[in-house]
Design a protein. Structure first.
Length: 69
């Protein structure tokens, strides 16, 4: 994938219900799995940024040895 994010046309906004069958749903069902995965990755990069998608999760917990009673 490219390191540069594409520009978004913010003048277009369509609000629908989740249960609506739309042309967009039919479009994505007609695409290949690779095309759908690329679109998901593209959206993820748009939300989280380019560098955050490649970084690893930080360790949040450590294990501790319990003393025997």
């Amino acid at each position: 994938m490219e390191n540069e994010l594409p520009r978004i046309d913010k003048t277009v906004l369509i609000v629908t219900h989740l249960g609506d069958d739309s042309e967009e749903k039919q479009y994505w069902l007609s695409r290949t799995i690779a095309d759908r995965l690329n679109a998901i990755e593209h959206n993820r990069r748009m939300v989280y940024g380019i560098h955050r998608t490649s970084s690893r999760l930080q360790r949040l917990l450590e294990t501790a040895e319990l003393s025997q009673r």
